[in-house]
Design a protein around this ligand. Structure first.
Ligand code: ATP
Ligand code: MG
Length: 768
């Protein structure tokens, strides 16, 4: 409901100074939050409250303007950010306002998936489609190359995948990307066309399709367009500098007559160009919406003056950017610590020593984050943290849903939901072995091609033409899947079906028969998967296997991040976007790593890497550490490194070097401008750097208290009992409930992590 004076002439809608929200915003932020109607662009540097403005604007619309929550569509960069924003809005507006519906929030991909399931029929998309991740996409491309008798050296899978991605993110038909008549163009076109046909037959969409097909839907179906254009009164997008062309077009098509669109972004933080992000969307927005109100936020609330000045000095090195002034009222703070280790071991050692020092101050482990450019850099740091008994959480790396046993079981589940999914079928039809060998599979796929159906639908016919033993194997397999299908369609809960899949398929006993820690870990992962399904069931009112699979398919690295006050956070710079930590350490500041050597092929590669560094620096609230290694082990053995060119831009008065003394060696000796040389901290003003001695690394390590360990074996666990787990260490059972012929227990570990296990699979030992 609008306030009573809303329609009175001369009364400004922006007069919300008495709003409870206004107390927590500065005047520029208020301008954006209480902006009346029409397009709005919030363009501002890091830590200036952009995400806060977006969140408060949603709260304001619901609470003070009577907008129904379901009329609002908010797009965030990760599912996790959406979840956090939703919680924050809920706490601002209170439950009574949210009874009017659910705010539509999520990433473009998750929103695309949701809308396609609902409305995709208009362009021939079935609601039970499967989402193919990059691994599935590659498996399909590989199979197509084989079927077309093409050499994957001539046409690497990665090349095909990247053509597909670029086309779909750029709103183009993949086949139209192939121009000219080179040796590769004809086969490439054939692969792309077969891929498109196969995807339809598989009833599957890849990540690019979730956006591209959504765009097709809105462009091609007038009925759906009419329905959806008025559906959302307000569109709001965070991190708009990293949207791609399709996403921008989607926004324009979803826009209702009120043109209430709000983009929030910072061109200096555009770091996903390699995935099709176009910072130009921000400039296009100004042209496409000339009436848009533009709000610039200048005050940074996050970082100390020192950190902010360093960030500004680094980003100023990018020639093509919109200059922005960013200031802070925060204190000057501590200098930025620089350290060059002799090698990567020395660097990791230093980082961990510094963490130990921080922990002696008022920092807790959860306040500290270490960033790096590539996932591979984490290994040594992890080893060092383990040695020193410091808990950590790592974001990304080998993702849970990419593990073999998890992919196998999800393939079963996907087949249950969508039997046309041939990538899943071929993955598990003979896992565990059922006597359906390579020759039998070939007969099956040939038959499918002949009948122009998916392999699953060709099972019966192939069985009919096969020898008795194989025939039986095909029939038993099909029957098994059909039984699960009926149970799923009958509304049985996903966790029960999945548990049955584990047992009836023989996958569980396959793992239990295996010997050694690898199999134990796999069994634990299976238990973890079932726990994840249960968690999904608890959070959703109408849980379905399809719904769980969709969540699992759309999980991205940053979504897996569970912050804990007791653990250091480790992640790549890309994952750090939008986050903040009291203390930040950026490691591997070397030419070749940051900027990454791959960026050299790209004309704006250097600029993008510099923005990545800027994103890293601006995550820090109070303390910042920048480290690199003098030599590093690469594929060709050890080689000398050069300090990152970006370090040259750090003003001398902001840094303190804790590295070994040979800093008089001009570290930054390549291609400097005069202006940069004037700022050069190490050569001209060397005497102004404090040279601390090497930290003492010989401090004794703490010993874990001795414990008596007994196997939990067959006896039951009960709340309060202390247990030991191979990976997570010691903890206490807080909940225990019967679960089929075993127990499902919730354990809180000493690290603060909370985990759910099935006792049948997890190796938990009781401790006296
Ligand atoms: P990024 O560019 O990194 O995405 P951002 O511009 O989205 O940053 P926020 O994350 O919204 O910035 O805010 C940065 C920090 O400043 C947060 O801790 C936020 O709570 C705080 N903050 C923002 N505005 C205010 C304010 N008016 N008063 C107090 N704290 C604020
Ligand atoms: Mg933000």
């Amino acid at each position: 409901m609008l306030p009573y004076w809303a329609d009175l002439p001369g009364v400004s809608m922006t007069d919300y100074t008495n709003s409870p929200l206004a107390q927590q915003l500065n005047s520029h932020q208020r301008e954006a939050v209480f902006h009346d109607k029409g397009p709005l662009l919030v363009f501002a540097g890091a830590g200036s409250g952009k995400t806060r403005v977006l969140t408060y604007r949603i709260a304001h619309l619901i609470m003070e303007r009577g907008v129904d929550p379901w009329r609002i569509l908010a797009v965030t960069f990760t599912n996790k950010a959406a979840q956090e924003m939703r919680e924050r809005v809920e706490s601002l507006v209170g439950p009574e306002h949210l009874e009017r519906g659910t705010i539509q929030m999520g990433t473009f991909h998750s929103i695309g998936a949701r809308l396609l399931r609902r409305y995709g029929k208009a362009i021939g998309i079935r609601p039970d489609f499967t989402i193919y991740d990059t691994g599935d996409q590659r498996a399909l491309i590989k199979r197509i190359l084989k079927e077309l008798n093409l050499d994957d050296k001539l046409l690497p899978v990665q090349l095909v995948a990247s053509v597909l991605d670029r086309a779909k993110n750029g709103a183009r038909d993949p086949a139209s990307m192939v121009v000219g008549g080179s040796e590769r163009s004809k086969p490439l076109r054939a692969v792309l066309e077969t891929y498109a046909r196969e995807m339809r037959r598989n009833n599957a969409l890849d990540f690019g399709d979730l956006l591209a097909e959504m765009l097709h839907l809105l462009e091609q179906s007038e009925e759906v367009r009419n329905k959806l254009q008025g559906r959302f009164d307000y569109l709001l997008v965070d991190e708009a500098q990293d949207t791609n062309l399709v996403q921008y077009r989607l926004l324009r098509l979803l826009l209702g007559p009120g043109r209430n669109i709000c983009l929030v972004g910072d061109d200096d933080q555009s770091i996903y160009r390699w995935r099709g992000a176009r910072v130009e969307n921000l400039t296009d927005f100004r042209e496409d919406f000339p009436e848009a109100q533009v709000v610039v936020l200048g005050r940074n609330y996050r970082s100390t003056k020192t950190i902010l000045d360093a960030a500004a000095a680094v980003i100023e090195g990018n020639p093509e950017r919109q200059p922005k002034e960013l200031f802070t009222e925060n204190p000057m703070g501590e200098p930025i610590i620089l350290f060059r280790g002799d090698d990567e071991y020395d660097e990791a050692h230093f980082l961990v020593e510094q963490i130990r020092d921080l922990l002696k101050e008022d920092f807790s482990a959860g306040d500290v984050a270490i960033f790096y450019r590539t996932n591979a850099q984490s290994r040594l740091i992890e080893e060092e943290l383990v040695k020193r008994g410091i808990s950590y959480v790592i974001v990304g790396g080998t993702r849970f849903y990419e593990r073999k046993e998890i992919k196998d079981l999800l393939a079963y589940a996907r087949l249950v939901v969508n039997p046309d999914d041939s990538v899943s079928l071929l993955r598990i039809i003979n896992t565990p072995t059922r006597g359906i060998g390579a020759k039998a599979l070939l007969a099956l796929t040939d038959k499918a091609r002949e009948l122009e159906v998916s392999p699953y639908r060709a099972l019966e016919q192939t069985a009919h033409d096969s020898a008795p033993r194989l025939k039986n194997a095909f029939i038993v397999f099909e029957k098994m899947v059909e039984t699960w299908r009926q149970r799923d369609q009958g509304g049985e809960s996903p966790s029960v079906i999945l548990t049955d899949i584990v047992e009836t398929s023989g996958y569980g006993s396959l793992l239990r028969r295996g010997d050694g820690p690898e199999f134990e870990a796999r069994l634990e992962n299976v238990a973890e998967l079932i726990a994840a399904v249960r968690e999904y069931e608890n959070k959703n009112e109408q849980p379905t296997l399809l719904g769980f699979l969709e969540n699992a398919a759309l999980v991205s690295d940053p979504d897996t991040y569970e912050h804990s006050q007791q653990a250091i956070s480790l992640m790549t710079l890309h994952c750090a976007k939008g986050l903040e930590f009291p203390a930040v350490m950026i490691s591997g500041l070397e030419d070749g790593l940051l900027p990454h050597s791959r960026s050299l092929d790209d004309p704006d590669g250097d600029g993008e890497e510099r923005r990545l560094f800027y994103v890293g620096i601006t995550r820090a609230q109070r303390r910042l550490f920048l480290t690199w290694a003098g030599r590093r082990l690469g594929r060709m053995g050890y080689s000398q490194t050069r300090a990152s060119r970006f370090l040259r831009d750090l003003p001398l008065n902001l840094v303190k070097n804790l590295g070994p003394p040979p800093l008089s060696v001009p570290l930054f000796d390549h291609g400097q401008t005069t202006q940069q040389r004037a700022r050069e901290p190490f050569v001209q003003h060397e005497s102004r750097i404090e040279f601390d001695h090497h930290p003492d690394y010989s401090a004794p390590q703490g010993h874990a208290p001795e414990t008596t360990i007994q196997s939990a074996g067959s006896h039951e666990l009960s709340p309060g009992q202390r247990i030991q787990h191979g990976v997570f260490g010691e903890g206490r059972v807080v909940e225990a409930e019967p679960y089929f012929d075993a127990q499902r227990v919730t354990v809180v570990f000493n690290s603060g992590e909370r985990k759910v296990f099935l006792t049948r699979w997890a190796k938990l030992k009781t401790i006296d």
